[in-house]
Design a protein around this ligand. Sequence first.
Ligand SMILES: [Zn+2]
Length: 296
Amino acid sequence: MTYAEAARQIANNYRQRVRNYEQAELDLFASCAEFAESERKKRDLLLKQAKGAKVASNVLDEVLAQNEQIRQKLHLVAPAPHCKICGDTGRANGKYCECAVALALRSQAGEIGIPLHTFEDTDFSVYGNQTDTYKKLFSYVQTICTKYPANKKRCLVIGGTTGTGKTYLAGCAAQKILERGMSVTALTAFAANRCFLKYHTTFDEKKTSYLDPLLDCSLLVIDDLGTESLLKNVSIEYLYQVINERNTTGKLTLITTNLTPDKLLSRYGERIYSRIFDKSLSYAIFLKADDLRKSF
Ligand SMILES: [Zn+2]
């Protein structure tokens, strides 16, 4: 689903809810004498007022309050838009609203390419004698996700050897951002690389659909950076473009990797390295199975 289609679907859903409400109103008007009577009174008074006649405000207030009471009794509640930002139009501030972007991304297969978990349900006992350190680490990442986008840093690198729970932690971060109603794209470095290649080799209108999901989501998770094969003129170039553009547009990028900072530097080069380790832009945490304390 494209953003435009998602926006249309959101607007159509809302219109349908309004139509259902209006139909229910008509049905009750025909079937419930009490409601019909109250509606007539209300409409008469409002019409009078609209024509410029004096209507005592206490009389009008009372009729309106009574009408409201009957409506509540009949469960006749005007539908409110689900999205307060765009009022379910799917567009806000000249762009597609976050709700439309999120819907479009949800519809695209594989957008959450890692298992989701919650911070709240995490069992820290599996971390043995490092339980307290892990609790601190998780709460650190949770705070980043809870504060976003109020916080300044836009990149979070979680490095460490296999079995240190990096992907699990990334799954918690993704879930937290989703819970907050924002959009997430999470994929392995391998899958991201495939998107870069598709983008690079496509020359029709579908081209942007390969990169947009990585650029437009509130949180992008790239899991296991370093396990993908490096394709010439593709892997590093588009990875840089994605990280850089997301920094510029103020979006959060989370990268997990088995590689040490040194290995990241030699594999991806100075430009990417300095982007993801720039202390003013990036949080970097390196987990060591035997000594987590020193790493964040
Ligand atoms: Zn919206």
